[in-house]
Design a protein around this ligand. Structure first.
Ligand code: NAP
Ligand code: MG
Length: 482
């Protein structure tokens, strides 16, 4: 399959014609397609197309814009199964996980279309007689959307819907590892009849075309989801032109289990959020922080559940965990596991790449647990982004909160307890963008904003009402009518 860019309403190859091969993470001998290695020149053509399209697109009423998006949304519902197959082939997650991602994208898109219709300004009473004083919102212009491979369908949906609803035009740069999923997203808009140039799509290297987008002064906002290192680089480059940024980055999300918790529920939540999508969620549970008097009991429950995880190809209906997404992801996770061992943490299950049978051809890792983890260790501090859970024993609630916060990240957290006072104190003291009580760290809904603090997030968060807010600027007007 020869994949293409989508620029100015046409599916085209890179002007220079170079392509790169994409490999199935479940079997690296299988080439899934070849995609344009776009160049800086292709970026310039896409920016020009988006600038031209902006002139007309911003003039449409928000209701007219919503019609195109609703059509794309209805195609998304119809094509759920087909898109899920592409997602599983490129990313590796199980078909059930792929479908869940698309369902989530549908909900996010639906909410943001409606939120766009509610976008308004505020009328304030004037100090003087006969003056009408009010605020309105205006679009920014051309927006760069830089997307990761772990939620390659949901993330563009969450970003592009509010950007287009508010009258901006977009350039989507998907992660190198998931170009086909990005193309499936764009196809929906193409088939919905979106005017040429309103949404453009370029595949290729982040360091080349991502960087070219970020450095171009014609780009008026950058919405990025990915690693903290790349996010920081984008923030710096954007500052030169005072380009607005929305950066959703890494996490090291803690799940605290107190002695009075429903331990079965806590174990379910820990295992779900640590191993779903092979641990490659930005909101994955990567640390469980457990009170010492229930530590052994909790660990037994977690182990029972982890032993039931069935690792296999995402297309295998028996599999509950797929491969990790590609060779370099695999190498990075195995390296983190080595560091955990070297620093004295105890590996109680997993820890190996699966090298037996047909899975040996893919990027499969056993679900892994480390105990005797201390807060200073690499595996307690750094995002591993794989199926690895670090368990930390604590004396009491106060120590749990302190350790939960003792990382550079601040995306998501959770506490399991029946003590209302401790639950609310945790909500108050946990340094994250989203927290949970008696729920998995990965839970989210579209009506509330989504973003991190500390090195997990910067700029207005996505989704909820800040989704639309990020893509507009404020303007105020004073009108003398008497
Ligand atoms: P990544 O390496 O930072 O890549 C993210 C995107 O940025 C990709 O499209 C990448 O392109 C592009 N990119 C790379 N270098 C660039 C540059 N110099 N300028 C502009 N763009 C550039 O992250 P990833 O490995 O794809 O994703 C995993 C990370 O995403 C994890 O850290 C995870 O926590 C985070 N994440 C966060 C959230 C959240 O909402 N907070 C959600 C999901 C994931 P290439 O693929 O071509 O390199
Ligand atoms: Mg990367």
């Amino acid at each position: 399959m020869v994949g293409k860019n989508y620029i100015n309403g046409k599916w085209i190859t890179s002007a220079k014609g170079a392509q790169y091969d994409h490999y199935n993470p479940a079997d690296l001998t299988e080439v899934t397609g070849s995609w344009p290695k776009s160049t800086v020149e292709d970026v310039q053509v896409a920016i020009q197309a988006a600038q031209n399209a902006f002139i007309h697109w911003r003039q449409l009423t928000v209701y007219q814009r919503s019609e195109y998006l609703r059509k794309a949304l209805s195609l998304m519902r119809e094509r759920l199964d087909t898109i899920a197959e592409v997602l599983t082939t490129e990313n590796g997650k199980t078909l059930a996980e792929s479908k869940a991602e698309i369902v989530s994208a549908i909900k996010e898109m639906d909410f943001q279309i409606n939120e766009g219709l509610r976008m308004g300004g505020r009328i304030m009473p004037s100090e003087r007689d006969g003056i009408l004083a009010f605020g309105i919102r205006a679009p920014l212009g051309v927006v760069a959307v830089i997307s990761p491979w772990n939620f390659p369908f949901n993330v563009p949906a969450r970003k592009i819907t509010p950007a287009l609803m508010t009258g901006n035009t977009c350039i989507l740069k998907p992660a190198n590892l998931t170009p086909g999923v990005g193309a499936e997203f764009v196809k929906l808009f193409d088939q919905a009849g979106l005017p040429a140039g309103v949404l453009n799509f370029l595949t290729g290297s982040g360091a080349v075309i991502g960087q070219a987008l970020v450095e171009n002064p014609a780009i008026k906002a950058i919405t990025f989801t990915g690693s903290t290192d790349v996010g920081m680089g984008i923030h710096k480059a954007a500052a030169i032109h005072m380009t607005r940024t929305q950066l959703e980055m890494g996490g090291k999300n803690p799940l605290v289990v107190l002695a009075d918790a429903d331990l079965e529920e806590a174990a379910n939540a820990a295992v779900l959020a640590a191993y779903a999508c092979a641990g490659q969620w930005c909101t994955s549970t990567s640390r469980t922080i457990v009170e010492e008097n229930i530590y052994d009991e909790f660990l037994t429950l977690v182990l029972e559940r982890v032993k039931k995880i069935s690792v296999g190809r995402g297309t295998d209906p028996q599999a509950t965990m797929g491969p990790v997404c590609g060779k370099s992801q695999l190498a990075g996770i195995l390296d983190s596991i080595q560091k955990g061992k070297a620093q004295g943490a105890k590996l109680i299950i997993g820890g190996r790449q699966i090298k037996e049978g047909e899975l040996a051809r893919g990027c499969f890792i056993e679900p892994t647990i480390f105990t005797e983890v201390t807060p200073d260790m690499f595996i307690a501090q750094e995002e591993i982004f794989g199926p690895v859970l670090s368990v930390i024993k604590v004396r009491d609630f106060d120590q749990a909160v302190q350790i939960a916060n003792q990382v550079k990240f601040g995306l998501s957290s959770s506490i399991f307890t029946k003590d209302l006072g401790k639950a609310l104190t945790f909500v108050e003291k946990t340094d994250v963008g989203l927290t949970h009580v008696n729920m998995p760290t990965a839970f989210k809904e579209p009506q509330l904003s989504f973003g991190g603090v500390k090195q997990s997030g910067c700029g207005l968060p996505e989704a909820g009402d800040s989704g639309v807010e990020f893509f507009t600027e404020h303007k105020v007007a004073y009108i003398k009518y008497r």
